[in-house]
Ligand binder design. Structure first.
Ligand code: ADP
Ligand code: MG
Length: 253
């Protein structure tokens, strides 16, 4: 199957802090990769590098085979313009812990923003698609509501809908349920599970071990800026090959 996202020997420094150390990962079409690991291990930074919210110090990221953020010129790489980067970025969606919806726009307007103003697609067509997507995430009746009238779980489902409306090749989730009250976690995970079953390519940073076990094709364990283990979800629970992974999983279960 084709590789949708490929990270090759990614390094990232924040001044003296070496946050990502030779991180390499291939994500194939339709695959769901869960990334787990202690706080501060570089999980968010890795996703942010893939989505070009951070510039890597070293290493190459490709989306659908194309180097992102840079243009190749012989054996040199030149940073692309912000406009070109924004266009590339819309091919990989990202869902954050905090939903970052526009508070003064309705749910529907929030969803239309990217496809209409960034991707310059036809508003009426996008609106039709947006209403379909809202149905998928169980929020048909909230199209004209404002974000602050919704629960956290509903807002996160709007954030997922907004990402889907961009028709991304893959979606990155950074602890999408960590900011939610416990009773609202399930509805968001259910939408993500549907998405995974529909064949979406996903990287999910999460502490929800149950979700990893059910949905992930591979579980990646990061520690101190490195990928230290890649396991099948079954092995992660029953027979983790890496001692620290074993400790981590038993601590969060
Ligand atoms: P995780 O998501 O696994 O908790 P992060 O990727 O957020 O880890 O952070 C990894 C390390 O990088 C941490 O030590 C964090 O303090 C540091 N870090 C993250 N973002 C920045 C930044 N913008 N400037 C400086 N240090 C940062
Ligand atoms: Mg994080």
């Amino acid at each position: 199957m084709s590789v949708i996202i490929s990270a090759e020997q990614i390094n990232k420094h924040f001044d003296d802090l070496h946050v990502l150390k030779d991180v390499s990962l291939d994500v194939h079409e339709g695959e769901v990769i869960c990334i787990i690991g202690p706080s501060g291990s570089g999980k968010s930074t890795f996703l942010r590098c893939i989505n070009q919210l951070e510039v890597t110090t070293d290493g190459i990221i490709r989306v659908m085979g194309e180097i992102v953020g840079y243009r190749e010129d012989g054996d040199k790489l030149h940073r692309l313009s912000d406009r070109k980067i924004a266009a590339q970025r819309s091919r990989v969606g990202m869902v954050f812990q905090r939903f970052n919806l526009f508070p003064h726009k309705t749910v529907l307007e929030n969803i239309l923003e990217g496809p209409v103003f960034v991707q310059k697609r036809n508003k009426e067509q996008v609106k039709k698609e947006a209403l379909e997507i809202l149905k998928k995430v169980g929020l048909s009746n909230k199209a004209n509501s404002y974000p602050n009238s919704l629960s956290g779980g509903q807002q996160q489902r709007v954030a997922i809908a907004r990402t889907l409306a961009m028709k991304p090749d893959a979606i990155l989730f950074d602890e999408p349920t960590s900011a939610l009250d416990p009773e609202l976690v399930g509805e968001v995970l259910a939408v993500m599970k549907e998405l995974a079953n529909s064949g979406m390519t996903m990287i999910v940073v999460t502490h929800e071990i149950g979700f990893c076990r059910e949905v992930a094709d591979k579980v990646v364990f990061m520690e101190s800026g490195e990928i230290v283990a890649v396991e099948s979800p079954e092995n992660m629970l029953t027979n983790p090959t890496h001692a620290r992974l074993k400790e981590f999983v038993s601590a969060v279960l």
